[in-house]
Write a protein that binds this ligand. Structure first.
Ligand SMILES: NC(=O)c1ccc[n+]([C@@H]2O[C@H](COP(=O)([O-])OP(=O)(O)OC[C@H]3O[C@@H](n4cnc5c(N)ncnc54)[C@H](OP(=O)(O)O)[C@@H]3O)[C@@H](O)[C@H]2O)c1
Length: 331
């Protein structure tokens, strides 16, 4: 029985931003299911996060074959969330998944081969109980597979109707340009690039962002809070309920260095002057750039998600604020 009823006012506050030169707009804030939605997590908590997200206008949910742990369990759990509540709203959702990192044993469960990508997407669709995903990504470039093979597979996946659009993730500017050219030659346009981008991780700035703008490809920034380092979470030590402290978290304790925490403290002071939390300011700082279509956040609680959503209320920065932030980041 479907007990979930979406909020009637779900489209009243979220800004939507055009994804490159495409027909699709994405919410300024999207939700990723890398952590907090696995078989080690609690259904009541993560389903509430997903439903709250949709109630607040988050139409885009991002997954990958190996999100969990265990691998596959985030897709399985998202399948349950769909079945128990979101499925009637399927046409209001942009659901993405990916393949490219290790998923199953043996030589065909990792990388960028046609064999892997085709089988993986079929498995993902089954786990989520879907006929198609909205976006399918090559999760990373595979140096051992010709780019033509990986990209040709993406094009075929669109032609088969198993994904409406395709994207690439973790490709550098040179690889991206070649991927866009190949896709175009196969009659398919790349919708979006998913790249790690935050105040602490700025590799996209020198080349990739302007390439995406020139090519009319959207950009979604993953780990925009640097996995929690750009929030108030670690300002006073490493809490037990944090990603860094959890055995299954990707963030390691040794990444929470004194130098990073000191930077976050200084940034937090600027955020307070702006009447924002550090998380809000870190997201707003990315969204001030129109080339960023959406920031792809994670959340372990409804409270965190609601905090992150407030970022969209003020994405303007004065020149003075930008200068101070740069000086903190570059110190
Ligand atoms: N394409 C790729 O290769 C790739 C790689 C990584 C991620 N991604 C995508 O990007 C998504 C987001 O990545 P991410 O989870 O690393 O993003 P993130 O937003 O940088 O970090 C999320 C974590 O930060 C903490 N947090 C979030 N909001 C907070 C708030 N308001 N106050 C305090 N703490 C807060 C939570 O940590 P605690 O759990 O400690 O509470 C949360 O789990 C993933 O789910 C996935 O969809 C893609």
């Amino acid at each position: 029985m479907n007990l979930y009823q979406a909020a009637n006012d779900r489209y009243s506050n979220m800004p939507y931003r055009r994804c490159g030169k495409s027909g699709i707009v994405l919410p300024a804030v999207s939700l990723g299911l890398w952590h907090n939605f696995g078989s080690v997590d609690i259904y009541e908590n993560f389903s509430k996060i997903a439903y709250t997200a949709f109630d607040k206008g988050i139409t885009h949910f991002d997954l990958a074959n190996n999100y969990g742990p265990v691998y596959g369990s985030a897709e399985e759990n998202f399948g349950k969330i769909l079945k128990n509540g979101l499925k009637p709203y399927r046409d209001e959702l942009i659901i993405s998944t990916k393949a490219g990192f290790d998923m199953w044993p043996g030589p065909y469960g990792d990388g960028g081969s046609r064999k892997y990508l085709m089988a993986s997407l079929d498995q993902s669709l089954k786990r989520m109980g879907l006929d198609y995903v909205d976006i399918f990504y090559s999760h990373r470039p595979d140096p051992n597979t010709p780019l033509e093979e990986t990209i040709g597979t993406l094009a075929d996946i669109v032609k088969q109707g198993k994904a409406l659009y395709v994207g690439i993730s973790n490709y550098d500017a040179v690889q991206s340009k070649e991927a866009f050219r190949l896709l175009q030659s196969m009659g398919v346009k790349c919708l979006i690039h998913q790249a790690k981008y935050s105040m602490y991780e700025r590799w996209v700035e020198p080349e990739l962002l302007s390439l995406l703008e020139d090519e009319g490809v959207g950009m979604i920034a993953f780990s925009p809070l640097a996995q929690g380092l750009l929030t108030n979470k670690y300002l006073h030590g490493i809490p037990a309920n944090s990603r860094a402290a959890k055995a299954t978290g990707y963030l390691q304790c040794d990444q929470v260095t004194d130098a990073i925490v000191e930077k976050s403290r200084k940034l937090n002071e600027i955020a307070q002057e702006r009447h924002q939390s550090l998380a809000e300011m870190a997201l707003a700082w990315l969204l001030k750039d129109k080339r960023v279509t959406s920031v792809l956040v994670g959340a372990s609680s409804v409270e965190q998600l609601l905090d992150n959503l407030k970022a969209t209320e003020n994405i303007c920065f004065s020149e003075e604020e930008c200068k101070i932030i740069e000086s903190i980041l570059n110190a």
